[in-house]
Design a protein around this ligand. Structure first.
Ligand code: HEC
Length: 543
């Protein structure tokens, strides 16, 4: 349990009454406090299948001080560095999760919360859940490591907020995060969006969840910031900021790291949740549309992506977006390269490299509401397909770590490591063995077809006996000897080991071999059966 009861209660009392969002999570937390906590089923390792790969997912819990979502991931050497929505800076590698001695830059959340609690803005609706740290980025310059953090910052005294970028020097490379000690005052603010926005009287006073705030490095010496419009869109806020070139909201900005000067790369962006500079130096951004119409945009300098004058989305009551010129169309302005209708709640975008040859070069887009990753294959500037990969957790962030694994930051303060499953590697091995037999092409493809039939039920990975006994080490194994729990009565009566002759006889005609067996007959030729059994034999031998 990450919360102390006393701390939690004093914290809850502050917000429970004033805000719907708080009170829901307050109830959930309260349940956790007063009832014994059952083991969390969501934290078990599991595997999922995709079109080409099987993936292993290993979730971990991160400890946070208050409910909420947000944050970001970056790699510092072998360490994955995580900043949570509430500013905890955590390092992870292999199976360890550790806190660091890095304090985040001061966002003055506590001042805002205290002022809101004191009734200073009693007529406004506060939803501090969205007020958060938005992203973190590590880079090296002049043989030193640096971090940049992007966050919503409350400006005490000025009574307004900005999307702020601060940086800190971590010392010479290679950086050892275990040795780094950073205080809030060590951070240097080098950019703040203009103007500093006042609290709104329409909808939420401060819509921190529409801050966007994602950052990406663009060499040389520049950082891109996807600056959201904080709901200043003419409906939830009194003015339309995304089309106003006088301010920095609803834009993709390019900020010079040395001078802190920012310029608008594009306008008409709503809530940029992910930004990526790909290997061809193209800039991709994913943004939340309103209901329906989450967009993937290819950001060109000077582009206008239309928000809120053109959108593929509607209001949450399905009525047209009031400022949109057309209903359900995005004909004018720069249209998205791809859009999700209905919305998936896009959250981030990354480019896959060195994960698996079948995936490399693709983009991976994560989502909140759909709880799914989308693998996008590009051809030139078009999306050829978007493969949905259901994870079953609201994914806030997807990042490929330096060891090749993909790290997912999920809601409920979870980190999920995603890697290629053993099975994928095993199937690649099976395929090499098939190739290595040196058959002519007709016989090779007949063998592949036979294997495809078997893997409907069986795995070739030794020890993977979930849905049928593994075939990976069946040659020479005793009959019906795996932990597979549903061997038929017919099978349990058999004895002996699987030799070449026994396997051929069984696979060619399962019912004659073991009347009553649950293994179905196949319509394989004698040659296919022989080749299959020979493959099983070679599989059981070390290379
Ligand atoms: C529809 C699912 C299914 C398919 C397809 C299938 N099997 Fe099976 N197989 C089973 C089941 C279930 C068993 C256990 C049989 C029993 O308990 O009667 C089994 C048992 C076996 C065994 C014995 C395992 C042991 O532990 O003793 C071998 C060998 C085998 N299958 C090979 C194959 C091969 C080779 C193919 C492809 C040509 C194949 N199977 C296709 C379901 C299947």
């Amino acid at each position: 349990m990450a919360f102390t009861v006393a701390g939690l209660l004093s914290f809850l009392v502050g917000f429970m009454v004033s805000d719907q969002g708080w009170s829901t999570s307050a109830k959930r937390l309260a349940r956790n406090v007063f009832l014994p906590t059952p083991p969390e089923p969501g934290l078990q390792a599991r595997s999922i299948s995709t079109g080409f790969l099987r993936l292993d997912l290993q979730p971990y819990r991160l400890s946070v001080s208050r409910p909420g979502e947000g944050g970001g991931l970056t790699s510092v050497g072998d360490d994955l560095l995580i900043i949570t929505h509430d500013g905890a800076v955590i390092r992870a590698r292999d199976n360890t999760i550790e806190s660091t001695r890095i304090k985040p830059p001061e966002n003055h959340f506590d001042v805002y919360k205290a002022e809101a609690d004191s009734g200073k803005y009693a007529d406004l609706r506060h939803e501090p859940l969205g007020f958060r740290y938005n992203d973190v980025l590590y880079f090296e310059e002049d043989s030193a490591g640096h971090l940049i953090v992007s966050y919503t910052e409350w400006r005490p005294g000025l009574d307004c907020y900005t999307n702020t970028l601060a940086r800190v020097d971590l010392g010479p490379v290679p950086v050892d995060l275990g040795q780094v000690d950073i205080d809030a005052s060590d951070w240097v603010v080098f950019f703040r969006t203009m103007p500093c926005l006042p609290l709104k009287s329409t909808m939420r006073a401060l819509a921190g969840h529409v801050a966007g705030g994602r950052i990406a490095l663009r060499s040389p010496g520049r950082v891109l910031l996807g600056s959201g419009d904080y709901h200043w869109d003419g409906l939830y806020g009194p003015a339309v900021l995304a089309q106003d070139s006088g301010g920095d909201y609803g834009k993709v900005l390019e900020v010079d790291l040395a001078t802190g000067d920012g310029r608008h790369l594009s306008l008409g962006n709503r809530n940029v949740q992910g930004i990526l500079v790909d290997r061809y130096d193209r800039v991709w951004a994913v943004e939340h549309g309103p209901r329906g119409g989450d967009e993937l945009n290819l950001i060109e300098a000077g582009g206008n992506y239309g928000w809120p004058l053109a959108t593929l989305g509607t209001r949450y009551n399905s009525l047209p977006w009031p400022t949109a010129r057309q209903y359900g169309r995005h004909e004018d302005f720069d249209p998205p390269v791809f859009a999700w209708v209905p919305s998936i709640g896009v959250s981030n975008i990354m480019e896959i490299e060195g994960f698996d040859p079948s995936w490399d070069g693709d983009l991976l887009v994560s989502s909140l509401a759909a709880q799914t990753l989308f693998r996008l294959r590009l051809r030139d500037d078009r999306v050829l397909f978007a493969e949905p990969i259901e994870i079953g957790d609201r994914i806030r962030y997807a990042h490929q770590h330096s060891d090749g694994r993909i790290a997912l930051l999920a809601s409920n303060a979870r980190l999920i490591w995603m890697s290629r499953s053993e099975t994928t590697t095993v199937m690649a091995h099976v395929d090499r063995l098939i190739e290595g037999a040196g058959f002519e092409s007709g016989r090779t493809s007949a063998l592949r077809t036979a294997v495809q039939g078997c893997i409907e039920c069986h795995s070739f990975e030794p020890g993977n006996d979930g849905s049928a006994p593994s075939l990976g080490d069946v040659f020479g194994r005793r009959v019906a000897a795996t932990p597979y729990s549903e061997y038929s009565a017919a099978f349990r009566l058999l004895s002996g080991r699987w030799s070449e002759g026994e396997l051929v006889a069984f696979i060619a005609d399962p019912q004659s071999y073991a009347p009553g067996t649950t293994m179905p007959a196949s319509s394989l030729s004698a040659e296919q059966v022989n080749d299959l059994v020979d493959l099983l034999r070679r599989l059981s031998q070390p290379d």
